[in-house]
Each structure stands twice: as structure tokens, then as C-alpha cells.
Write a protein that binds this ligand. Structure first.
Ligand SMILES: NC(=O)c1ccc[n+]([C@@H]2O[C@H](COP(=O)([O-])OP(=O)(O)OC[C@H]3O[C@@H](n4cnc5c(N)ncnc54)[C@H](OP(=O)(O)O)[C@@H]3O)[C@@H](O)[C@H]2O)c1
Length: 264
């Protein structure tokens, strides 16, 4: 898909951070975009800040309200008559020890990051299979490749996305559907501020990793390049991304290193 003009892109989690940067980047390419999240006021702000706001449609949704998502997907499909690219970006992180995290919070993180994304995917996929084209992009994390302390549910949800979408890629290859997994390192957004503590309240703390992280605009550019060049997976960030290679090739050494990292 090397020309995005007039293509229809549905972005979840578009009210801030990476999703917001993606909205501006796709809009500059003159794609038609549907932007989704829970906060309509923030989505309205993003639409107003777009270069071509006439190409932007707002569709409010909550990824944890699973019974509503089939209808939301139908609505999304009807806005511009189909979806060419679904971007599963909406998500929530965690800053809490596994032993102290209530199981309801584990389930909430899984419901938003994993089940919310795959329910939307399953509702859009048949239309892509029928026309034998489309891209499904999921923003996972380095925590989809390894775990650290304070992120047990978050890492589980992101690992689950890798398992699901790697399998799906094999199933839809013949129908020319791109399955792209985006594995970001530290990106400068509010993700740590919004991360859930053990009782489910937001931590309200900007972590140094995010504070000094890559700008979301740079990641958005790389995601668009990866869509245009039909990539299967990209890892984007600073030196923290070395963790993927260390975990794979020297797992014992990596295990010793990762438990000493200050992750909270
Ligand atoms: N920033 C990083 O360092 C980093 C690294 C790796 C991966 N990621 C991933 O990147 C994605 C985007 O995060 P971000 O960094 O841009 O953080 P962010 O600024 O906190 O954005 C998260 C987005 O997800 C939406 N969201 C949260 N809960 C939702 C729900 N229940 N239903 C619908 N939308 C929901 C939020 O919108 P509302 O609050 O309006 O619903 C917001 O638009 C996440 O999946 C995150 O795990 C981020």
C-alpha cells in the first residue's frame, strides 16, 4: 500500500500520544481517518489540529466494553465505506507488583490491550478477506518480547498480541493482508502517567524512560513507512531495544540485567 491518499485508516487510542501523532501523519498523506478513544473532547481537539479536518471522522469507543465493539466496527465500516488499515493502538500500562495487583486489574488490562484489539480485528477482517487487501497494525511493546518487574499484566497482554497476530499472519498471507506488529521502546507520551497501579488508579507519574523517549511523531513516520513497504514487524526506540536481542541470544545474562533495571 504505497499511496495512502483516499485510503481509510481507523486508529484507536487517537486522543493522545502515539495515536494522535499517527492521526496527524496519515491526515498529511490525505488519507481518510477515523479516530477513536473514550474522550470525545480530546478527539475533537485532535481533529481540529489536523491539516485536513474534513478527512477526519470521530468514533468514540471504550475498548473494555466488548459488547459494544461489534456495533462500533459496523459504524466504522459505514463511515467511509470500508476500512483499508486498522491500527490497534489504544492501550493502558501498569506500574504494580504482580503479588499486589488485584485480578480485576489484570483482567482490565487484558480486556483493553488484548481482547479489545482482537474483537475489532475479527469484525474488520472479513471485509479485508473479501477484497483481498488491507493492513492490520498493532502497537505492542518491548514488553511483548520480554517482561520486567511491575508490568506482569501489561507484558502478558502484549505477548498475547504477538501470539495472536503472528498466527493470523500465516492464515491471511494468501489474501495479501498485511499484519504489522510495531514494537516500540520508550516513546514520549503520557503512557506512564495513565498506567494502572495495584488498585486500578492511575499512577500519575511521568517515568524518566518516557520523559527522555523518542517523539511519537518519529514513530508515526516509521509506522507509515512500514505500512508502505509491507513490513511484518518493526522495533523502534533507543538503546533499550537492544533488550530484544539480548533476551534472544544471551537469555541468562539478560535475566540478570533486567531485574536490576529501575522500572518504577
Ligand atoms: N509510550 C511508550 O513508551 C510506549 C511503548 C510501547 C508501547 N506503547 C503502546 O502504545 C500505545 C499508545 O500508548 P501511548 O504511549 O500513546 O499512551 P497514551 O498517551 O496514554 O495513549 C493511550 C491511548 O489509548 C486510549 N485508551 C486507553 N484506554 C482505552 C479504552 N479503554 N478504550 C479506548 N481507548 C483507550 C487513550 O484514550 P482515552 O483515554 O481517551 O480512552 C489514549 O488515546 C499503547 O498500546 C501502549 O501500550 C507505548
Amino acid at each position: 500500500m504505497n499511496n495512502l491518499e483516499n485510503k481509510v485508516i481507523w486508529i484507536t487510542g487517537a486522543s493522545s500520544g502515539i495515536g494522535e501523532a499517527l492521526a496527524y501523519a496519515f491526515n498529511r498523506e490525505k488519507a481518510k481517518i477515523i479516530i477513536s478513544a473514550r474522550r470525545t473532547d480530546e478527539l475533537t481537539r485532535v481533529k481540529k489540529n489536523c491539516q485536513n479536518p474534513e478527512l477526519v471522522s470521530i468514533l468514540q469507543l471504550d475498548l473494555s466494553k466488548h459488547q459494544e465493539l461489534e456495533f462500533k466496527a459496523k459504524e466504522a465500516l459505514s463511515i467511509f465505506n470500508g476500512i483499508d488499515v486498522l491500527i490497534n493502538n489504544g492501550g493502558i500500562s501498569q506500574r504494580a507488583l504482580a503479588a499486589e495487583t488485584k485480578i480485576d486489574i489484570d483482567k482490565r488490562i487484558m480486556d483493553i490491550n488484548y481482547f479489545g484489539s482482537i474483537i475489532l480485528t475479527k469484525n474488520i477482517l472479513p471485509t479485508m478477506l473479501e477484497k483481498k487487501s488491507g493492513s492490520i497494525v498493532s502497537i505492542t511493546s518491548l514488553l511483548g518480547k520480554f517482561g520486567t518487574a511491575y508490568r506482569s499484566a501489561y507484558a502478558a497482554s502484549k505477548h498475547a498480541l504477538h501470539g495472536f497476530f503472528d498466527s493470523l499472519r500465516s492464515e491471511v498471507y494468501q489474501q495479501q493482508i498485511q499484519i504489522l506488529l510495531v514494537v516500540p521502546g520508550f516513546i514520549k507520551t503520557n503512557v506512564s502517567i495513565n498506567a494502572l497501579s495495584a488498585d486500578g488508579s492511575p499512577t500519575n507519574t511521568m517515568d524518566p524512560g518516557q520523559e527522555n523517549g523518542m517523539l511519537p511523531e518519529k514513530l508515526a513516520y516509521k509506522i507509515i513507512e512500514a505500512i508502505k513497504t509491507n513490513k511484518e514487524e518493526i522495533t523502534v526506540g533507543g538503546k533499550e531495544t537492544m533488550g530484544v536481542l539480548l533476551k534472544r541470544f544471551v537469555p541468562g545474562l539478560f535475566s540478570g540485567m533486567i531485574r536490576k533495571q529501575k522500572v518504577r
